[in-house]
Design a protein around this ligand. Sequence first.
Ligand SMILES: Nc1nc2c(ncn2[C@@H]2O[C@H](COP(=O)(O)OP(=O)(O)O)[C@@H](O)[C@H]2O)c(=O)[nH]1
Ligand SMILES: [Mg+2]
Length: 527
Amino acid sequence: MARSDTVTAPPGTTPGTTGQQFAGPLSAAVAELCVALQRQVSPRTAAGFGEVLRRLSAPLQVAVAGRIKSGKSTLVNALIGRRVAPTDVGECTRLVTRFQYGTVDRIEIVFTDGRKQVLPFDPGGMIPASLGVDVDRVSHLEAYLTNAVLRDLTVIDTPGLGSLDAASVARTEELLGVRGDELDPVSRSAVAGAEAVLYVVTQGVRADDQQALAAFTAATASREAGPVNAIAVLNKADTIAPESVEGSGGDVWRAAQLLAEKQAHGLRPRVADVIPVMGLLAESAETGGFTSADADSLRALAQLDRATRDTILLSADLFASWECDVPAGTRVRLLEKLDLYGIGCALAAIDAEPEITAGALRRRLLDSSGLDLVRGKLGAVFGSRADGIKAAAALASVTALAHASGDPGERQRVHNAIEVLLAKPEAHQLRLLEALTLVASGAVAMPQDLVDEVLRVGSSPEIAEQLGLPGRPPQELAAHALERAGWWRSFASFGATPAQSRVAHVVHRAYFLVWQQLRGSGGGRRR
Ligand SMILES: Nc1nc2c(ncn2[C@@H]2O[C@H](COP(=O)(O)OP(=O)(O)O)[C@@H](O)[C@H]2O)c(=O)[nH]1
Ligand SMILES: [Mg+2]
């Protein structure tokens, strides 16, 4: 594994007492709890805890989920910065593939009986579209790659729910933990699930997408996806017809933004917001798919007379088939890499700057794709919260393993140990994540304005955003935090159900800690 064999701690990690590196103090605390509990439970449960420990020191596990053909594999390639996952057709698009960091590039087929077999890359450096083995006996693929992004993130590409192929759906669900109760509890269900989800939707998001999202017990088999650990993208933004979106003013990005906001509304509170992206453009620009030969072809297209150019840009069919000086094969290749919108962007860039280099053109396409925003969001949300997400997922796994043991004494010991951990002041962030998940999933009902407030406090890494007062001066933030702390304390005592009251205490404390922090930074004192 990447982390366990590093000698010096990567930045932003916390060393544990056992010599492993963790995403932060919460993960380290849960790891200590696992080590201590291993001596007090049956060998079977202890083996499960060992698995939890192993995962705690690994990078955050993010599943890329969504309907088939929504562009998941394309986006995975763009994020990793390498065209390695097959897209469109082939056996592998029906399998779950885990992309993780390794010191040498290597692919392994993992069979359902646990056996592994090395799989050579295809001549293009991709996972071969056909495996040459009986796919029905394959559990999933493990791809170890040297790409730096994977040091912090293990990316799990999924075939997608909603595909017609029942077997692929079953495999995806198993890996994400949805059907956890049917699996062997020690080795799989409690620990195999993803910890976070990047959910890919396209223009026509449907009700069953939302059901699928709700069903993702993302963090582990027993935890749901919520705004803490789920991000959604509206992919294929380039294919949106702006005239079909009111208020877009004919602009594709504006149209995508409006649609994304609408979808965010429908998906809330499962995800905090939906970011538009053009995965194909991002993939081509980021993985070397877009070459200087492509830039030359685009320059040739830019030379065409205006009438021809306008005609072929009307539709992909016309673009590929219309008679003109640029060979049809060349045009089809451009379509495959950039689609019509990307080609239009490139031509506009060449018009504005005829001497533009292939490198600069590639950068323009990357900027147009919106990938940087997705990366930024991944960093802000998953990066800053990896510790809490991993720790919460591990605690859920520990609880699930204790339950699966069937021994009431064991269950009680585990329960007590978790209570002790959660009672410590350092564990506040974990309690806040738990409260947030309870409120987001509707398990604890609250008036909508309070739900929104809890979500804001719990799911933003920035204090001013947590308080809903971006850009305001520290004194104002401090006063607001104190006021809300007081309000939530009285809500906890008066007029709340017991479940609401527990959440309210946690929110009160969150505001109190924010206030302390603001006071500390303003007056030169730190807490
Ligand atoms: N126009 C356009 N096509 C895309 C985009 N992303 C993916 N595609 C295409 O959609 C098809 C399905 O993509 P794939 O990544 O295999 O989808 P998956 O089944 O969700 O993994 C492929 O032909 C991609 O080239 C995009 O942002 N825009
Ligand atoms: Mg795919």
